[in-house]
Design a protein around this ligand. Structure first.
Ligand code: F0G
Length: 460
């Protein structure tokens, strides 16, 4: 079992109070001397550690977005577009329907490339500059590749993205293409793409910017910081629970790290840590399986399928960081069907919040756990929606109302739409009110007199 305890010991490998620690064997490494993604000794996952951890006052007067929290990050500033500062929507319709004390929706689809990945890339690409690489690479279900392509372009670096052929939503491929990434379509699934890109990175052919890279997760921690600050400002309390979609479990790991650091800094107490609640699609649910069976590791699912292509993942690489996060915070994990995901996507759209299918999994999970009585009615809940509606236009069109062909003629269209709108009623009322108004003759008379006066004067 991974050791995620933050201690006061600062190893001699620390550079300006920052170092990398292996979560399995505890070995420490200098942060930027070499390129490394996992432990040299045991291949365990690495975590970025700091000698000093900031608290709320340190963020005041620091602007908005990811870099507001630079005191929790390895650099003062990054390659920025800028990112973060996403809305924490209210969703009164869903809140009423599921019956919780409050529901907020943190819409990460409002980041520059339309997903939370931007938060990780602004830090990750900055680190790539620090270690001095010229080629970036990732495997992706789509959003990581869109973000890497944009931030790579901004950082003037070559980018290589490996995508599972035929399984990436149109909007994401369009982004990677226009930002000029080399798109390598692999005849395989996401997990196989990640195996290959890890191979390439190990051979020194590219700098890996999947969430296996511990610096990516540093940027993604700021989702948690924004949620905590805004929720507290609105309610005087932190949320009881954060519900999020899970694929590679990077966000789950990042949020847990955010909360461990806040506790260590004394910014919050242990019992103020929100319960991390992960949601996966039924066809790709190795994390749910591990939570339900009480396992410390996930089993790799070879065949995965879901409409939520962003989380069509069978081997979540961050599971060793994320499973303790779910367990230690008192959270849980649940699997939802594609139908439940689409229903939730429609419900969010009904609140004006447009998301891609994977994002809607969080609301589908909330619904399911609330019906099962696993989430209480007195809880304050935040659902994370991770990607924008336009990422997957095909899924949106399928889930939404269909266009209706009509003749090119106003009366025919009126007949087609059949029931009259209340707008028409309002317009009619306004027209008849105006006709009855005693002001009309007065105004008309006044205008007439002014006209006559000007005419007479001009004759003089
Ligand atoms: N939601 C969306 C929209 C995503 O794109 C992803 C991951 C997740 C949720 C899952 O987040 O991996 O931190 O648990 N997408 C990756 C990609 C895998 O390649 O874009 P996670």
């Amino acid at each position: 079992m991974a050791d995620l305890q933050l201690t006061d010991h600062v190893p001699r490998e620390a550079d300006d109070g920052v170092w990398l620690a292996c979560i399995e064997c505890g070995e420490s490494f200098a942060p930027f001397d070499d390129v490394r993604y996992t432990c040299d000794d045991c291949d365990g996952l690495l975590e970025v550690r700091y000698a000093d951890l900031p608290t709320w006052e340190d963020f005041e007067d620091e602007g908005r977005g990811v870099w507001r929290y630079h005191e929790t990050l390895p650099f003062e500033e990054g390659v920025s577009l800028p990112e973060g500062d996403t809305p924490l929507h209210r969703a009164p319709g869903i809140e009423d329907e599921v019956g919780v004390e409050s529901l907020r929706v943190k819409h990460e689809g409002m980041n520059p490339t339309g997903s939370f990945k931007d938060r990780g890339m602004t830090v990750g690409v900055r680190v790539a500059q620090a270690v001095g690489v010229d080629r970036l690479a990732c495997a992706s279900t789509g959003n990581t590749s869109a973000a890497l392509a944009a931030y790579g372009a901004r950082g003037r670096m070559e980018t290589l993205v490996l995508l599972p052929a035929g399984k990436v939503a149109a909007g994401k491929i369009a982004q990677a293409a226009l930002h000029n990434a080399r798109i390598l379509e692999v005849d395989g699934n996401f997990d196989q793409c990640l195996d290959i890109v890890q191979d390439l990175a190990q051979r020194g052919e590219a700098y890996l910017l999947n969430s296996l890279n511990p610096f990516r997760l540093e940027g993604q921690k700021t989702i948690g910081l924004e949620i905590m600050e805004e929720h507290y400002a609105d309610y005087g309390e932190y949320p009881d629970r954060i519900v999020l979609p899970v694929g590679n479990a990077g966000n789950t790991a990042a949020l847990y790290k955010c909360f461990r650091e806040l506790v260590k800094a004394g910014a919050i107490t242990e019992d103020q840590v929100p319960k991390l609640t992960g949601v996966q699609a039924e066809g790709a649910a190795p994390m749910v399986e591990a939570i339900e069976e009480g396992n410390d590791e996930t089993r790799r699912w070879e065949d995965v399928e879901t409409i939520a292509t962003a989380i069509r993942i069978g081997n979540p690489v961050n599971a060793p960081k994320a499973l303790p996060g779910i367990r230690e915070t008192g959270g849980t994990a649940v699997a939802v069907s594609d139908e439940e995901i689409t229903d939730a996507q429609r419900s969010l759209a009904g609140e004006g919040v447009g998301v891609e299918p994977a994002s809607a999994a969080s609301v589908a999970g909330l619904r399911k756990l609330r019906s099962a009585g696993e989430i209480d009615s007195d809880e304050r809940v935040v659902c994370l929606t991770t990607g924008h509606l336009l990422k997957d236009p095909d899924a949106a069109a399928k889930a939404g109302r269909k266009p209706e062909p009509v003749p090119n003629d106003t009366d025919a269209i009126l007949e087609h739409i059949d029931d009259r709108s209340s707008v028409a009623e309002t317009v009619r009322r306004q027209a008849s009110k105006a006709a009855d108004s005693p002001l009309i003759p007065l105004v008309a008379g006044g205008l007439g007199a002014a006209y006559l006066y000007r005419k007479l004067r001009s004759k003089k």
